[in-house]
Design a protein around this ligand. Sequence first.
Ligand SMILES: Cc1cc2nc3c(=O)[nH]c(=O)nc-3n(C[C@H](O)[C@H](O)[C@H](O)COP(=O)(O)O)c2cc1C
Length: 156
Amino acid sequence: MKTAIILASSREQGNTHQLAHLYMEHQTCDLFNLSDYAISAFDYQHRNKNDDFKVLIKTLITYDHLIFATPVYWYAMSAQMKVFVDRLSDLLTIEKTLGRALKGKSCSLLATGEDNEAPECFIAPFNLLANYLGINFTSSFYCCCRKNFIKQEHVN
Ligand SMILES: Cc1cc2nc3c(=O)[nH]c(=O)nc-3n(C[C@H](O)[C@H](O)[C@H](O)COP(=O)(O)O)c2cc1C
């Protein structure tokens, strides 16, 4: 299964980045770091239709499974992930063909945070979003990172 990780963190070598890379040591997949793309906030007038969102989504629809990788920031996904997720709305309006290409795919969630567990309100939007777009939400994996991410603690 061709898998893509969509990484959205405010820290380049931070915990979520490290969790994504640990995952990649065990599973063949490609990483797309949203910080490498210029994607602006959803615009009702679609004046940003030529930014990097379409380029990225055209690539992502060639994958079978999409993994959203985000830290928990104030009980929610990162701002970078929220901008990306909001832009998926383009696929319901000006890019319907690309939207239809997402149907039948699967997705999951990789997340880090300080609390023992990810709050339900953090996971729910991914589940609901996937459901709305006709994508099968398969699982979520949350890694509690009190200080810095220590690989050894999470592979055993
Ligand atoms: C702005 C901000 C808000 C945060 N809010 C939460 C939170 O609501 N719940 C939580 O468990 N951790 C919270 N944290 C801790 C981060 O989720 C945790 O350190 C995470 O592993 C950071 O990942 P990163 O290195 O990819 O940024 C917050 C951190 C920041 C910087």
